[in-house]
Design a protein around this ligand. Sequence first.
Ligand SMILES: O=C(O)CCC(=O)C(=O)O
Ligand SMILES: [Fe+2]
Length: 276
Amino acid sequence: MVQIRQVGPNIGVEVSGVDLRTLDAAGFAPIYQAWLDHNVLVVTGQDLTIQEFLDYSRRFGTVSPHPSKSTRHPDMPEITMLGTGKFNADGTLNQAIYRRGAEGWHTDGAYDDVPFKATQLYALAIPDTGGDTLFASGYAAYEAMPQRLKERLDGVLGAFTYGGRSKSQALLNPEDRDRTPAMHPIIRTHSETGRQSLYFDPGKILYIQGAETAESDALIEELTALMIQPEGQYRHKWQVGDVVIWDNRCSYHKAAGDYPPEQDRIHWRTSIKEWA
Ligand SMILES: O=C(O)CCC(=O)C(=O)O
Ligand SMILES: [Fe+2]
């Protein structure tokens, strides 16, 4: 029997008792709605081929190859591999792969003019301990902004790049680095729910448009401090066969990045844009 239950106070919903390979449109509709309502959707107990995972990802939007070419699946560019190739030829740990997504709270794809609507992961191998993924609500962040800040940032754009101010771009090929920043409203109205959220990523933002450098830096600092609200969080402990999708338009996430490096933690990952 299909069960849909909330797993966090304002974010996170889990669906069990469903087989994504045979799910029809009528069965998918409440699952998609639950995802819109709760930002992060966990479907447990799946046994998918790459093609089935891609087909399911396409129900949410257009699957788009990730700009990190070196971590794409060799035969299927729309699939990113997380956690494979973790060791360099000399046996040392490749930190960019091991710590991918763990450097800080972020939203995926803000460096693109058309950012990722969603990111979806399918768990193939999970370590004995650690390796969780943490999520937080962008709606809760917006609600926590003081009125003065909401007014200051109303209609204001932020400039975002892959490496932001730290310029860390290790997973990108040289030809894909240093692109023109993408500009996005900091206060974002969600295209499907109509709700307002704080669209922000401290690791990708360069500056706030129209602000002097000192004010821009101060605004970035203030937003960084308030973006993660305790009542808007969910921490996912993975099991093999979990499929988790999050809404990048209204949530932040980060990998805990704390698992024993000698153990496998492997996911297939898709980056999903809104339908054109
Ligand atoms: O591996 C994870 O838990 C999340 C990594 C991440 O940030 C991503 O896939 O976008
Ligand atoms: Fe991410």
